[in-house]
Design a protein around this ligand. Sequence first.
Ligand SMILES: C[S@@+](CC[C@H](N)C(=O)[O-])C[C@H]1O[C@@H](n2cnc3c(N)ncnc32)[C@H](O)[C@@H]1O
Length: 309
Amino acid sequence: MTSGFHYSVLTSAVTRCLITKSDGIYVDGTLGGGGHAEAILTNLSGRGKLIAFDIDNEALRFAKHRLESFREQLIFLNGNFSNIKNILEKLGIGKIDGLLLDLGISSFQIDEPRRGFSFQRDHRIDMRMNQDQVINGWDVINNFSIEKLQQIFQNYGEERYSKRIANKIVKMREKKTIDTTTELSEIVESIVGKRFLNKSLARIFQAIRIEVNRELDSLREVLNDSIDIVNPGGRIVVISYHSLEDRIVKDFFREQSTIVIPSGYKYIPDRICKPSLKVITKKPIIATDEEIHINPRARSAKLRAAERI
Ligand SMILES: C[S@@+](CC[C@H](N)C(=O)[O-])C[C@H]1O[C@@H](n2cnc3c(N)ncnc32)[C@H](O)[C@@H]1O
């Protein structure tokens, strides 16, 4: 579900699919530990530029240090990639030659107990990528209605015991607030049992994380804007780690690369109804066994790429 500070996922596929001009302007929308950024910069000429976003200030601090030697070619931005169009406009950058999104959370975020993302670390439930954001995972668990919780677990986690888990959370919090990742895990365990517990925990924690960070909305927004900001011939490369994200990317690429002729028309002139994208990866690129062996987090990664026409 994540790539990390130590290993970036599908790095050679990223540079191969993304870079079409060595002196182009690129955006890494998900800087994280800076592994992909470093690979991109290594493949650019001294005139190429990279604009690197992360919503998480801690990630930016780490990556700035790592990428110190490329400082002249880099602009760091602390913000949500869903605001990319406005931010580029403010910087006076009209168009870019490629956009990379390596979705989800980094291994730093998941491994750091203080960030409260993981059911394998005992800490207060948090799960905010942006630590300045007001709403966090604790608020979701302790304040959302049964119906809303059930919907989140169902829609963002595809968890079959969503209703029972939501009911139990609401019952338990009547006695005492549910504060920690361990308390939440115990509630899930009391419903699903031990056998498939880790799978259910992964689904429930993923669902809360998606809600807290509005992950799917941000993805839809940046994909829509990518059509306006990427130059013809430039690429959009997305690595996703679960089926909800992958479906959004796949459907978007399909819609934007297909001409839909409105009913009643036999022929629509090109200039009126031209596709915006050409899909580069007919099937998603996935990690080799060797990469998965070195970095188990690459197991669920799917890379899709499209070219702006
Ligand atoms: C999987 S990690 C990226 C790892 C990175 N590619 C590398 O090579 O180290 C995802 C990063 O994207 C950031 N992120 C997730 N959603 C974001 C958003 N909507 N806007 C900006 N950054 C986001 C997370 O904070 C995290 O640091």
